[in-house]
Design a protein around this ligand. Structure first.
Ligand code: G3P
Length: 221
């Protein structure tokens, strides 16, 4: 399973990329707005730091504007995936851009029917938002299971990019289903790194090493 970071925060991107954890990045207008400053600089920098796919989203809501913005976004790098909303114009733009070899991520997916249509339009990724479904009392992970089953039935090349992830259990469940990608807020990835027994175990190893050293001050690893 690929891990993307769902952020435009450069510090977090560098931190987790240095650990070798990141296969890509997803951004959206809200995430860019959260960071402030000029979004162009952030988008340029992210596409340079990350070798894998970087989703950058259009803000036009009609077809020709999406195509124009999509092509401008691609100028940031060959690793840019154009993110379009799940609307009739979004699907039309997905079809055109994909036919020209420009990869597209169809976002704001909340049903299996929407995922099926986005795949038919040639999307490289579909982004179902599971946390937002959980928030309104619908089971987001059931949606991932259903999309996985449908895509497997027809061997669609479209990848399931699980978005709106709220906690590490979402990641485990997505991995058990066999989702292609999870895109994680930095706080969720941070939580996945830690376990209290790891912290206690390391503290004890270091205490015992100090004990050993007290009898042999010159000892070194
Ligand atoms: O890529 C954006 C998606 O992950 C949304 O997350 O937390 O705003 O529902 P959230």
């Amino acid at each position: 399973m690929k891990i993307f970071l769902d952020t435009a925060n450069l510090e977090s991107i560098k931190k987790f990329n240095d650990m070798g954890l990141l296969d890509g990045i997803t951004t959206n207008p809200s995430l860019l707005s959260k960071e402030g400053g000029n979004p162009k600089n952030a988008m340029e920098e992210i596409t340079k730091i990350i070798k894998g796919d970087v989703s950058l989203e259009v803000v036009s809501t009609e077809y020709s504007g999406m195509i124009e913005e999509g092509k401008r976004l691609r100028e940031y790098g060959d690793n840019v995936v154009v993110k379009v909303p799940m609307t009739p114009d979004g699907l039309k733009a997905c079809k055109s851009l994909s036919s020209e070899g420009i990869p597209v991520n169809v976002t704001l997916i909340f049903s299996s029917n929407q995922a099926l249509l986005a795949a038919k339009s040639g999307a490289k990724y579909v982004s179902p938002f599971i946390g937002r479904l959980d928030d309104i009392g619908q089971n987001g992970m059931h949606l991932i299971k259903e999309i996985k089953e449908i895509f497997s039935n027809y061997n669609f090349g479209t990848q399931i990019l699980v978005a709106s992830i709220r906690h590490p259990l979402h990641v485990i469940d997505a991995a058990k289903i066999g989702a292609d990608v999870v895109t994680l807020p930095p706080a969720v990835l941070e939580k996945m790194l830690h376990h209290p027994l790891t912290t206690i175990g390391l503290e004890n190893f270091l205490k015992d090493w100090e004990k050993l050293k007290s009898g042999n001050p010159d000892i070194k690893i």
